[in-house]
Ligand binder design. Structure first.
Ligand SMILES: [Zn+2]
Ligand SMILES: [Zn+2]
Length: 916
């Protein structure tokens, strides 16, 4: 066998098929781009599904690649196996080669054999092949494949075995493309059997021990399956193969676990280094090491493909895997975030093959650490809560953790179900997952109800569907419903096909009615892709007249069910009737404002990627007439310099006056040419592609269904209004263009002009002048404080004449003027300095409220005088409270008019204290 590193195995696979005239294609993203039924890309063929379905084509008929794959659903088993053995993973690579109506079984089989035995030099006697034979006898056995194994390869004829539907027949779904497959298995030798000595055990292909393992599956797609179960031969037959990369490497490197290959060892070694573990300690904690290595890889690749931690769908899976990895780290002894260190190794070792890891390196590392920190902050609290719950359950002899508890732990402490399940498992308890899902669903329902946009109830949806069907049956609308073209024109002559009042169809409406109007076709844009709906009017004119017979002002647009577009608004004059010929006219000025903001959004996206890096992905967008809002992935706040650079670059692109071009293209062709599609957007087969720049080298190429300016110069001016964070690793920029930007600039220049006039300086000296004034103000304030203090001292000196003697104790109880409490306290110091022994109580009004300070010299404290008691008693008079030490106390109140009354209480209170 050839000694090879993992990277060499991957490269030799690709090189081999390149030499057989295959186009080497890049791995598709882990986030399926055009398949909403799929959470993650889970097979090499995902990106070619449309070809197999006969919906799409490629410029090539032979392809090979290594595909990033995630297989995890959060279900119990698939996660549970990860780490317990050497072969299960959440993330892995799938090597594959494809023929789209090109070569077939003969080449697929002989090339697989050639690669395995001649390039990789696997011993022939250890290879086995399986082919299809229907156990029900309904389908033809695949003698064709079996024949090629015997004629085209040097395999031992006894090593070609027949298996039935479960192992050797492949179907894409219940209907559609399907066909027999042929698997290649490898015999790892009798020592690899973990069932040795078990009575009745025989090691065999597709058996129940670890001796024979599947290396490669060759699928021959030759039928189309119908709903009734019948099969038709396909006109074009395809080949779809898949070989698990990590397992292949383990065979070629002669190790019994994927984690012992050089695909994983650098990661495991880095963790060992950080922990300072001996090899024996690593073996003791092998499960944790494996989980961290597996989850660390998954997390790195997921974030590299633009997935962010969150609470739904794939975002949740990422959060869960990351937190699970972090918790296993905690079990090993990590007390600080460490997963970014794991990710660094993954990027180092795999970044050459998967360049998106390199280009998003900083983003990946920061996102991981931020999420890990967020989790670790509450982890201890969450785990101790969980311990309490588990202890209570144990005490009550319960076996199951209630779903609501599990949900509460997630909702409050961020402890994912999977972690709670791990910990419960360790204590031999089960988790009520159905109850958890129910609690989760309940919360989602509540959130949905709070969201008014999703509140169109089922009843009204049914009503709209009925109207659409009715219009279509009467031939009033096209096959696909209302024809909509907002791109060519903003006014259009058409017919009213339906009018709705309160959701019910009516024949005509009256002035003042709130209506929804359906037209045969429309040039109004309906909110989509972040761009808001158009407004305008629909009006009917008598022949030859300029004054409309009736007019509806359109305030909003909606598509309540696909195909039905309604113009919502109010009847301004006349009696609109179904069947009337009308003009539909979009508010052109507003539409242009929107177009400027939309084109500017694409410029902004492009410049952000240029200035900040390729990790910037659109995460949300709003395009309205008055501003644009753009959310994007980036781990840190933008610096002043970065914002400046982005603003300048966008304005430069505006000044060059680049052409803006929109074309309709086949989705896959556009994507393969590098056009940017958005995560989570579903696109049809034909898409609109927006290109900005000179036609030979456009610098912005994105899929977009919105409306745009023709040349960037029309945008006029672009100005960023704000930049802020809106969630984990997501920033938001708001900006204005065109008229709104000019308004903003004019307004702010006006403020500047007026300020300059007030200050009697030229406009560009305003800032320096303002700083100078602030300095002056500050020293003036200091001077005032100083003068106030002197004034208070004078006043105080005069007041000393009011000192009275209460049973031999000097008492000063007086109202003074003071700017703050500090001054009051300072005055009591002056009193003590002057009199040596005595009691002083000073009152003042600060703002609207009375304030009191009392001070008692220590010699009198010994005689039972207490400053705190004194102020408390007096505070009651002014409607407040206070406290402090026996030597110094203060109080506040609400009623300043009673302050003098309060101060008059002093002699009597002092007398009572001393008397006691
Ligand atoms: Zn065995
Ligand atoms: Zn757009």
């Amino acid at each position: 066998m050839k000694k090879m590193s993992g990277a060499e195995v991957r490269q030799s696979f690709l090189d081999f098929f390149a030499s057989k005239n295959h186009t080497i294609v890049p791995s598709a993203s882990l986030v399926p781009q055009d398949d909403p039924t799929l959470l993650f890309t889970n097979a090499g063929m995902n990106q070619f599904k449309d070809v197999f379905l006969g919906l799409g084509t490629r410029s090539y008929t032979r392809a090979a690649d290594t595909q990033k794959v995630m297989r995890v659903s959060g279900k119990h088993n698939d996660l549970d196996d990860v780490g317990r053995d050497g072969t299960h993973h959440t993330f892995f690579e799938m090597l594959g080669n494809w023929s789209f109506g090109d070569y077939y079984k003969k080449e697929a089989i002989s090339w697989a054999w050639e690669l395995l035995t001649q390039v990789w030099e696997l011993p022939k006697e250890r290879l086995w092949a399986t082919v299809f034979k229907d156990e029900l006898g309904e389908l033809e056995p695949d003698e064709e494949a079996a024949g090629f194994w015997r004629s085209e390869t040097a395999i031992d004829p006894d090593h070609v075995l027949y298996f039935g539907r479960k192992d050797n027949f492949w179907e894409m779904a219940d209907t559609g493309p399907c066909g027999p497959c042929s698997e290649i298995h490898y015999d790892r030798g009798p020592e690899a059997c973990e069932c040795q000595g078990e009575p009745g055990h025989v090691c065999r292909v597709n058996g129940d021990c670890g001796r024979f393992i599947e290396l490669w599956n060759l699928v021959f797609i030759q039928y189309n399956k119908y709903a009734d179960g019948s099969l038709d031969p396909l006109p074009a037959k395809h080949v779809d193969t898949g070989a698990g990369f990590e397992r292949l490497v383990s065979v070629l490197q002669s190790v019994d676990s994927n984690y012992k290959t050089d695909v994983f060892t650098p990661i495991m070694q880095r963790v060992q280094e950080m922990m300072g573990h001996t090899d024996a300690e690593v073996r003791e904690n092998l499960v944790a090491y494996r989980v961290i290595a597996d989850h660390g890889r998954a997390v790195t690749f997921l974030i590299g493909d633009g997935v962010l931690p969150g609470n739904e769908g794939r975002n949740y899976v990422l959060r869960m895997i990351l937190r699970r990895g972090a918790r296993f780290g905690r079990k090993l002894g990590f007390t600080e975030p460490f997963l970014a260190e794991v990710a660094k190794v993954v990027i180092e070792t795999m970044g050459t093959q998967f360049p998106e890891l390199e280009s998003r390196r900083q983003f990946i590392l920061t996102t991981i650490t931020q999420e890990e920190e967020r989790f670790l902050r509450t982890l201890d609290l969450g785990l101790s809560q969980l311990e309490e719950v588990l202890a209570e359950l144990k005490a009550a002899d319960e076996q199951t953790v209630p779903g609501e508890e599990v949900f509460r732990l997630y909702d409050t402490f961020g402890l994912p179900l999977e972690i709670t399940r791990d910990v419960a498992d360790e204590r031999d308890l089960r988790v009520d997952e159905a109850g958890y899902q129910a609690a989760l669903e309940e919360q989602r329902q509540r959130a949905r109800q709070a969201d008014k946009f999703e509140s169109r109830d089922e009843e009204s949806l049914k009503r709209y569907t009925r109207i659409l069907k009715d219009l279509q049956e009467r031939g009033l609308l096209g096959e696909d419903g209302v024809a909509q073209d907002p791109y060519i024109t903003t006014e259009l002559e058409t017919t009213v096909t339906a009018i709705l009042c309160d959701g019910e169809p009516v024949e005509s409406a009256r002035e003042g009615d709130q209506v929804e109007v359906v037209l045969a076709e429309t040039c109004f844009y309906v909110e989509s892709g972040g761009q808001v709906s158009d407004t305008g009017y629909v009006a009917a004119y008598p022949p030859g007249e300029d004054e409309p017979q009736w007019e509806i002002k359109v305030r909003d647009m909606a598509q309540p069910v696909p195909g039905l577009i309604v113009h919502a608004g109010v009847v301004k004059r006349g009696r609109p009737k179904v069947g009337d010929d009308v003009w539909a006219v979009v508010d052109f000025g507003r539409r242009m404002d929107i177009a400027r903001n939309h084109t500017a959004t694409h410029l902004l996206h492009s410049e952000l990627r240029y200035v900040l890096g390729e990790h910037v992905q659109q995460a949300g967008s709003l395009v309205s007439p008055d501003r644009l809002r753009f959310d994007f992935t980036h781990p840190a706040m933008l610096t002043e310099d970065e914002l400046d650079l982005v603003t300048r670059s966008v304005n430069d692109a505006i000044l060059v006056n680049y052409p803006v071009e929109v074309t309709e293209e086949k989705y896959h062709q556009a994507i393969s040419e590098g056009v940017i599609a958005l995560f989570g957007e579903k696109y049809g087969d034909v898409v609109r592609v927006l290109r900005i720049g000179w036609p030979s080298e456009p610098f912005s190429r994105e899929l977009c269904g919105g409306t745009h300016v023709d040349e960037t110069g029309e945008i006029g001016l672009f100005h960023i209004v704000s930049e802020e964070g809106v969630g984990a690793g997501v920033r938001r920029i708001e900006a204005v263009t065109g008229r709104a930007a000019v308004d903003l600039v004019e307004r702010q220049l006006g403020v500047l002009r007026r300020t300059a006039a007030y200050l009697s300086v030229p406009a560009d000296e305003v800032d320096r002048k303002a700083l100078g004034l602030l300095d002056e103000l500050q020293s003036a304030r200091k001077e005032i404080t100083h003068l106030q203090e002197q004034l208070s001292r004078h006043e105080f000196e005069a007041m000393l004449e009011q000192v009275q003697s209460v049973t031999g104790v000097s008492l000063l109880s007086a109202r003074v003027t003071a700017p703050n409490m500090d001054m009051l306290r300072e005055m009591t110091d002056w009193f003590r300095d002057r009199l040596g022994s005595g009691v002083v109580i000073l009152g003042t009004v600060l703002g609207e409220r009375p304030a009191l300070v009392a001070a008692v010299t220590p010699d009198l404290v010994e005689r039972g005088v207490d400053a705190a008691k004194l102020v408390r008693g007096m505070a009651r008079v002014v409607g407040g409270g206070g406290g402090g030490r026996p030597t110094l106390a203060q109080a506040g109140g609400r009623d300043p008019s009673r302050l003098d009354d309060a101060l008059r209480q002093a002699p009597r209170m002092l007398e009572e204290m001393i008397a006691r």
